[in-house]
Design a protein around this ligand. Structure first.
Ligand code: PEP
Ligand code: MG
Length: 584
């Protein structure tokens, strides 16, 4: 009898395969007292355990293939960094000595403390990072309870290497980044986990690997057996069990249709995005890590419209220096061979904390606090090396610099003055840069959108950050699950601000792009065309689908319908016109 189980769909696609239940045998951790005379032996045992965990992770790090998504290696690096942190290297030793308890128990106490700290954080992304603490602690505990001192191989790896995972749907309580590395070449079809949300490792990695995934499917292992045929619908978050021939036929057809659509989309690579009435639209890509440039090349984007450099600053204790910045930018520029790259200066603060927030300094309202350009202007020691590196990178390719979260024109003046000073510094050092490197600003604070004409007057280009513009306009924390339902890109206030910004750019004769999630969501493409947008920037995976919609659109007609939409005060009519736009 067929039935369905539900979780949160976090990576699209359909998988039809047999389950592989990943049962990690978690050791039972109990407390026992260590006699005074062997306390130091216990400390040594603990340190040996840490050392072995480090070597295991380094071994796994070495297996990350060069073509693997950048996230994978970065997650392992985070775990390695944690193993060097005093909260792992010192605090448990202190507990062993002061409580005279065994090493596994000391780790457990420390784990509880760290998890509580993460739990209290406002930011869901950081709350999710308590998973890292669990993963690292469990690894060391498993080593400590294993008697064999020569034991080196990672137990998970041993189990997985011995199993045949090809064509399997992995079902687990949770997956560690190390798990995903070990599985990357094994032809796994999909991931289903009991824990995690859209920002969990499993979700991020599945999206990077392009396989379907469902997270948060609580207690699913109570209902699923090992080696059981299932269907995973990664968009809807549905796992179908007890399959019959009819269901299988239906989903096989859906899979075929999906592959057919992808093949059709692949044919659009390298073709221009021109509307039916002859308007050429530029399609750019958003990237986060230098390695992402490969995906940009793969879809033949017109450029990088948003390079989020803050990821260079995360998971570490100190700021990157000028040379480190430069090396990352040059990697992207060289990979992309001449297409323009828009490097955004650090957007730290809010959900992107230096050292992943482990310092525990999270202010009560980070999205409205010392974030992005505010933080850069306050900490010039951090900002200047990045400015120098972006300017130096401009000597090697078509580079634009973009400033996030501008709210007042004074900030623009401050930035432009700093750019002039930096140029002078580089001239004195005899270093090359592009004298005419464009400097643009993100319009993502409503104040900036309202005053877009001012910004357009002083800047070389604008880019609308709808993720933040919606959050600030509608007063909805973009990472708070409780108010997610109010996050509405179609709200008249949001559309009015987008329209106003595009018009301001047109009047000033400067390019305006849109680089928030809206740009990569095909439900909004026609609407944005109708609002006058001619430059989109999005995750590379969505680019060909957006191109297809553009090629089927007639901008002049959309302009007229959107004009009516913006003048409507009747809510019903507003909804009707939106429907009309979607179907046009
Ligand atoms: C945005 O706010 O829309 C944006 C693109 O920037 P981020 O998501 O990095 O804040
Ligand atoms: Mg933003």
């Amino acid at each position: 009898m067929p039935f369905s189980l539900h979780g949160i769909g976090v990576s699209r696609g359909y998988a039809i395969g047999r389950t592989y239940l990943l049962q990690r045998n978690q050791p039972e951790i109990t407390e026992y007292t260590i006699p005074d005379n062997i306390i130091e032996d216990e400390v040594r045992r603990f340190l040996n355990g840490l050392d072995l965990a480090r070597r295991q992770l380094q071994d796994i790090r070495g297996r990350v293939s060069v073509t693997a998504p950048g996230d994978i290696g970065a997650f392992i690096d985070t775990h390695l960094l944690m193993l060097q942190d005093a909260s792992f290297t010192e605090a448990p030793i202190h507990l062993i000595r002061s409580r005279r308890c065994n090493a596994e128990w000391a780790l457990k106490i420390q784990q509880d403390l760290l998890v509580r700290m993460f739990d209290e954080m406002d930011d869901p992304y950081l709350r999710t990072r308590k998973d890292d603490v669990d993963h690292v602690v469990r690894r060391v505990q498993r080593i400590l309870v294993t008697d064999d001192p020569a034991y080196f191989n990672d137990p998970d790896y041993a189990e997985m290497a011995a199993s045949r995972l090809e064509g399997r749907v992995i079902v687990a309580d949770d997956l560690t980044p190390a798990d995903t590395i070990l599985m990357q070449h094994q032809g796994v079809l999909a991931f289903v986990t009991e824990y995690g949300g859209p920002l969990s490792h499993t979700a991020i990695l599945a999206r990077s690997l392009g396989i379907p995934a469902i997270v948060g499917a609580r207690n699913i292992r109570n209902y699923l057996g090992h080696d059981e045929p299932v269907i995973v619908d990664g968009r809807q978050g549905i796992i179908l069990v007890g399959l019959d021939e009819r269901i299988l036929r239906y989903y096989r057809e859906k899979q075929r249709e999906e592959r057919r659509q992808q093949r059709e989309l692949n044919k659009l690579k390298g073709k221009p995005a021109v509307t039916r009435d002859g308007i050429t639209i530029s399609l750019h890509a958003n990237i986060e890590l230098p390695e992402d440039a490969l995906a940009v090349r793969d879809v033949a984007a017109d450029g990088v419209g948003l390079y989020r450099t803050e990821f260079l600053f995360m998971n570490r204790a100190s700021f990157p220096d000028e040379e480190e910045h430069l090396a990352s930018y040059l990697h992207v520029i060289k990979t992309l061979e001449g297409i323009p790259v828009t490097i955004r200066t650090a957007d730290l603060g809010a959900d992107k904390q230096l050292d992943s927030g482990r310092s525990g300094q999270v202010c009560t309202n980070p999205a409205m606090g010392l974030r992005a350009i505010r933080m850069c202007l306050k900490d010039l020691g951090m900002f200047r090396p990045q400015l120098r590196a972006i300017l130096r990178a401009s000597a090697h390719g078509s580079v634009r610099m973009m400033i996030p979260m501008l709210a007042s024109i004074q900030e623009v003046f401050q930035v432009l003055k700093l750019v002039q000073e930096t140029k002078q510094e580089l001239r004195e050092r005899g270093l090359a840069f592009d004298e005419h490197m464009p400097v643009g600003g993100m319009i993502e604070v409503p104040a900036a959108a309202v005053c877009a004409e001012q910004f357009a007057h002083y800047m070389d280009f604008l880019s609308i950050g709808t993720n933040d513009l919606i959050q600030y306009t509608l007063a909805i924390d973009r990472v708070d699950d409780e108010v997610n339902y109010l996050f509405d890109p179609l709200h008249p206030a949001v559309l009015t601000l987008i329209h106003h910004t595009i018009r301001a750019g047109q009047k000033a004769g400067i390019p305006v792009s849109l680089c928030g999630e809206m740009a990569g969501d095909s439900r909004y493409t026609r609407l944005l065309l109708g609002l006058g947008l001619t430059e989109f920037s999005m995750h590379p995976t969505g680019l060909l689908e957006i191109k297809k919609v553009i090629q089927g659109s007639v901008v002049s007609e959309l302009n007229a319908i959107v004009g009516r939409l913006l003048h409507t005060t009747d809510a019903e009519k507003y909804a009707e016109i939106l429907k009309d736009i979607a179907q046009n």
